[in-house]
Write a protein that binds this ligand. Structure first.
Ligand code: 0WK
Ligand code: BGC
Ligand code: BGC
Length: 924
């Protein structure tokens, strides 16, 4: 990178090292002059060093490193999204601190995407010096007074005044409307404010003023207002840069990189507060004697060193100090000075801007210096111009180095090789110093060549931007309210869950007694869990979950070996004729036998059939009704074992001995019971949901015998089909049910299981979109498609790490334009829906466990639950929330959840093995 030669050069004006075209060269004799200007020359290497050191400080601060204290603060601003133009409404804006000794009140009307731009109405008020240096209460009362004066002077509507407070000083923000002042800068030093929440101080002053009820909705730094105010163009403004009386920048950082924040999702605007960058190592070599004396005389010596080399409050003073220095050494004004030249602050920013302006400069130099009581000659005027140019060139280059650090940080934060970004600029230095902007741009291109940067001047100094933040804050607040209202019915209280538990107990008792109940409590003729003595080879079928599987299960002394194959059940078969379905099943069995070299062998077969069946025996099961998207004709009311045997018969030359039909809950319980004999409950939370458990035979009406146990298939998916859960059902549940192939059925399942959660989420997203809360209110075609939002998305979206990037990826795949607020809301919707499902499921297990404890008259019951199902297994929080809810609702039960490794096929084989063993025993 070529940064050779003195300040001002051909290649680009102000490029470090080369003399400036069009400006007279200092007479050779003035080595003093050269030495003086030399002090303000910053080399390319020095700029790169500053860039690197500032970047390092920024990252130290982001990581929350405390000691050594980073040179910059990197303050999160709670602004998490850049405006998306839908903001509407009238907002009051109070700007304090950006423009030095003045504050500004604005009335900004935002008209949304299609509205025409309404010019803000504003009024500027000069802040008396004694107020800037007096008591804090005086300053805020002054601000409240200006607000009242503005409102009295401008015919604006009085209802629900929402105010955005632009407070341009370093603050610790703890919310969009909570901000504590760290330290004053730029000529302010009011007492009793540092360490205080400035929003509260303003609210108190407005209350004391009592003329108007104004709701202070948001407080923002002026850099944020500048960034937010830039017109949405080709690319979003993600950096805000202010060079006014002071200087600072903000940019959109990935929230997960900001240690101070407890959320790692989305982006957050960070105010760099680079004014305090004073890293002696990097800055030392470029600090001049003039900088030191300016700092020494300032209100805050030792602080804001970087700002004092760039900010408009200081450039004039630097020039003045240099002119005094050169005058006293006879280089300027014939060695004469003047009282005005010797008085601090007599040369202002606008003076410097005018004097260094090559076109109008020399005449203006004369006029300004004469106003300061000096009588400059032509060469004086030219030398003064050089001094102005040197001071401003350095300021622009240093500002460029700082901006290049922010761009480098953005690149790292976005893991982008090539960064495309727009930088919103604001402040008097930009407005008055065209040369400053050009040098800044050129130097940034040299220091950050891989970044494609465009500069967007802020149109009204950030007032609109502050209104945008206020609108965003107001919008976020109203969206949050609408989101909470929408999700509130999903947040079940302890009382509601206990009511579900009690309702389930009641339905269980009725179902066991054979009375009308939404819980059919079906006897399964499985009376015992395996005792480990089972032996042999068995075929097993597993139908009803995500996959249809055929298994060969070898139960031997050393344990159980399983060989299985997954086959698909096309929707047309699942919803075709029963004959077609069972023929398809037999085809798969034959294919499996051929592959396993079992053809011609008639192994005992256990059939896991995961649908509600009234069993008349171990190998007799009348299908009561299909669930989970199955709807094959001619099966309901039929004995599915007969249907299978019929298909086997139709396929000559196949020998199969169907011994048992079991529900997947039973298969899962048996499978886990083989390892843990205390496993007496089976739970499925997959495509569908259901549970079974070992009930006292005496409690099972319709089955002979009253000692011992029998496994009961609860078919809890149908719980609430009698309307007993309607108090929990939301409009989203109702629309999912209405759209299902079995409306009014499986209501509990439709609030819990994998086949439906994605659909519930999709419909909530559509609802929130219609409220304008999501996706800018734009209804997205793709999201209208049923089942487009898979339940597995919930598991991915709610996974703890990287959630938001995954949210984005998933939703972008769905063609949904996504803001990070949207992403966070989608995440909250998923969480609300899955948490309700898990807590309802937990209430169900608690009901079963408590029933068993009471059955056995135990103070405390220890029991294990065998669990299977994709949702339970894959969702990052489902299982722990189920367990927590069981502990909450059944504190006298110690319940262990065992995830079934081999699925219920093994269980079906074990049930078959037990049946064969029992049959063997009766035969001998
Ligand atoms: C695996 C079991 C099967 C059960 C399924 C449920 O082997 O019997 O039906 O889990 O989970 P899903 O596949 O529906 O997620
Ligand atoms: C303040 C910043 C502000 C900047 C520009 C600095 O003195 O610390 O908060 O953004 O001036 O106004
Ligand atoms: C069925 C149950 C099955 C559950 C889990 C429900 O739809 O009715 O028989 O156990 O899904 O697969």
């Amino acid at each position: 990178m070529d940064f050779t030669g003195p300040v001002g050069g051909q290649q680009g004006e102000g490029t470090p090292g080369r003399p400036q075209e069009g400006l007279p060269q200092p007479p050779d004799s003035s080595a003093l002059m050269q030495e003086c200007l030399q002090q303000f020359r910053v080399t390319g290497a020095q700029l790169q060093k500053i860039q690197a050191s500032l970047l390092a400080s920024m990252e130290q601060a982001l990581r929350g490193q405390a000691s050594p204290a980073p040179a910059v603060r990197m303050l999160p601003t709670y602004v998490g999204s850049i405006p998306h133009g839908t903001e509407q409404g009238d907002f009051l804006v109070l700007e304090l601190g950006a423009k030095g000794a003045s504050l500004r009140v604005l009335w900004v009307t935002l008209t949304g995407i299609n509205g025409h731009r309404v010019e803000p109405r504003s009024q500027e008020f000069v802040i008396p010096q004694e107020v800037m240096l007096g008591a804090g209460q005086q300053l805020f009362d002054f601000a409240a007074h200006c607000l009242a004066e503005f409102l009295d002077g401008h015919p604006v509507s009085r209802q629900a005044l929402q105010l955005g407070f632009s407070f341009s000083f370093p603050c610790h923000q703890t919310g969009l409307d909570r901000s504590t002042l760290i330290s004053w800068t730029k000529g302010f030093r009011c007492s009793g404010v540092e360490g205080q929440d400035v929003v509260q101080l303003l609210r108190d002053a407005i209350r004391r003023q009592g003329a108007h009820s104004i709701d202070v909705v948001a407080v923002v730094n002026d850099t944020v207002g500048t960034m937010m105010g830039c017109e949405p163009g080709l690319r979003p403004c993600e950096v805000g840069l202010v060079v006014d009386t002071g200087t600072n920048a903000c940019y959109m950082e990935e929230a997960r990189h900001v240690a101070a924040l407890d959320n790692d999702r989305g982006r957050v605007c960070v105010s760099v507060e680079w004014g305090s960058f004073g890293d002696s190592g990097a800055l030392g070599p470029v600090l001049t004697t003039f900088d030191h004396s300016l700092d020494h005389e300032s209100l805050n010596p030792g602080a804001q060193r970087f700002e004092k080399m760039i900010g408009g409050l200081y450039l004039g003073e630097l020039v003045r100090l240099v002119l005094v220095h050169l005058a006293r050494r006879g280089v300027l004004f014939g060695g004469r000075t003047s009282p005005a030249l010797l008085s601090r602050g007599s040369i202002l920013l606008e003076h410097v801007a005018e004097m260094e302006d090559p076109s109008a400069g020399v005449a203006r130099v004369h006029a300004i210096l004469q106003d300061l009581g000096l009588s400059p000659d032509t060469s004086d005027a030219e030398l003064v111009q050089l001094v102005c140019a040197a001071v401003c060139t350095r300021a622009a280059q240093l500002c460029a180095a700082a901006l290049a650090s922010v761009l480098a940080r953005l690149q790292r934060s976005r893991e982008h090789q090539a960064l495309q970004v727009a930088v919103a600029t604001g402040g008097q230095v930009f407005e008055q110093h065209p040369r400053f902007c050009r040098i800044l741009r050129e130097t940034v291109m040299l220091l950050a060549p891989e970044c494609d940067v465009s500069f967007v001047p802020s149109v009204d100094g950030g007032g609109r931007g502050v209104a945008m933040v206020t609108a965003v804050a107001a919008r976020l607040a109203s969206h949050r309210r609408l989101l909470e209202e929408t999700l509130a019915p999903f947040r079940l209280s302890h009382e509601q869950l206990a009511a579900v538990q009690a309702l389930m107990r009641e339905a269980m008792a009725k179902g066991l007694r054979g009375e009308a109940s939404s819980l059919r409590m079906l006897p399964t003729y499985v009376r015992a869990t395996p005792d480990g003595s089972e032996r042999g080879d068995f075929l097993a079928l597993d139908l009803g979950g995500t996959n249809f599987r055929v298994l060969l299960v070898r139960v031997a002394t050393g344990g159980v070996q399983i060989t299985s194959q997954v086959y698909s059940i096309p929707e047309c078969v699942a919803q075709g004729s029963g004959q077609q379905l069972f023929d398809h099943i037999v085809d798969c069995i034959v294919d499996f036998q051929q592959k396993q070299g079992l053809s011609g062998q008639s192994l005992p077969l256990g059939f896991t059939f995961s649908f509600p069946c009234r069993q008349l025996g171990l190998d007799q099961g009348i299908l009561l009704n299909w669930t989970k998207g199955f709807n094959a004709s001619g099966c309901e009311g039929q004995d599915v074992v007969c249907l299978l045997r019929g298909a086997i018969r139709r396929r000559q030359a196949v020998e199969l001995n169907v011994v048992a039909i079991v529900n997947d809950t039973v298969g899962t319980m048996m499978s886990c019971g083989y390892e843990d004999p205390r496993c007496e409950i089976g739970l499925i939370v997959g495509t569908g949901t259901n549970a079974c458990y070992m009930e006292e035979l005496r409690n099972v009406a319709g089955v002979a015998g009253d000692s011992g146990h029998m496994c009961i298939n609860m078919e809890w998916g149908a719980f609430g089909d009698d309307g007993s859960l309607d108090m929990l059902s939301t409009c989203f549940d109702a629309s999912v049910d209405q759209a299902s192939i079995n409306p009014g059925k499986q209501r509990f399942e439709k609030m819990i299981s994998g086949m439906y959660l994605g659909e519930i989420v999709r419909r909530i997203l559509l609802h929130l979109t219609s409220l304008g809360v999501l996706f800018r209110g734009q209804q997205i075609q793709r999201l209208q498609t049923r089942d487009i939002f898979k339940t597995k998305f919930l598991s991915e979206i709610e996974s703890d790490s990287l959630a938001l990037r995954q949210v984005r990826a998933i939703l972008e795949d769905l063609g949904l334009p996504l803001t990070s607020d949207d992403a966070l809301m989608v995440l909250e919707v998923c969480q609300a829906v899955s948490q309700r499902a898990a807590r309802l499921c937990g209430a169900g297990v608690a009901a079963v466990a408590e029933k068993m404890r009471e059955n056995r008259g135990l103070e405390e019951l220890t029991v294990s639950v065998g669990v299977d199902g994709t949702l339970y297994k894959l969702h990052p929080h489902f299982s722990s929330l189920v367990a927590a809810t069981v502990r909450e609702l059944a504190p006298r039960c110690v319940v262990t959840f065992l995830q079934s490794e081999d699925g219920s096929g093994k269980g079906a084989a074990l049930v078959t093995a037990v049946a064969c063993r029992l049959a063997q025993k009766t035969r001998v």
